[in-house]
Design a protein around this ligand. Structure first.
Ligand SMILES: [Zn+2]
Length: 129
């Protein structure tokens, strides 16, 4: 069934925003955004638009002062893809000595965009020898 496979749209989004989606709960769980400190509320609409998470039903949540909140469930295909990409990312040696990939340069220094570690070009070159 086509509705059980991950769309290209969702896959591209996951690849581009892995850090936003990596903490989504296991698909066996139904959850509200309020319960999940490590899930950023503002990100949920783009996720659900792409089928990465599913809106299940609205429920009264005691911690939202009786307001109705959405129960979500992470799509299983999306979840599996996220876990695979996170594993690949974490086991692939990165360009920088801290094993991250993304960086900016300032004053001749190389600054990691993931952990803010500062490297000299020599250190980066040595790491990639
Ligand atoms: Zn780093």
């Amino acid at each position: 069934m086509s509705q059980s496979s991950l769309s290209q749209n969702a896959l591209r989004y996951i690849q581009a925003h892995l850090r936003k989606v990596e903490n989504l709960p296991h698909p066996s769980e139904e959850w509200t955004a309020i319960e999940k400190d490590d899930v950023n509320n503002n990100y949920l609409e783009p996720f659900s638009k792409r089928g990465i998470i599913k809106k299940k039903f609205k429920t009264k949540n005691p911690s939202s002062r009786g307001r109705n909140v959405w129960m979500y469930q992470t799509d299983k295909k999306a979840y599996d893809t996220i876990q695979r990409l996170v594993e690949e990312r974490d086991t692939t040696p990165g360009f920088l000595p801290c094993n991250h990939e993304r960086f900016k340069t300032r004053d001749g220094k190389v600054i990691c965009k993931s952990c803010d570690e500062v490297w000299t070009k020599e250190e980066v070159n040595k790491h990639n020898e």
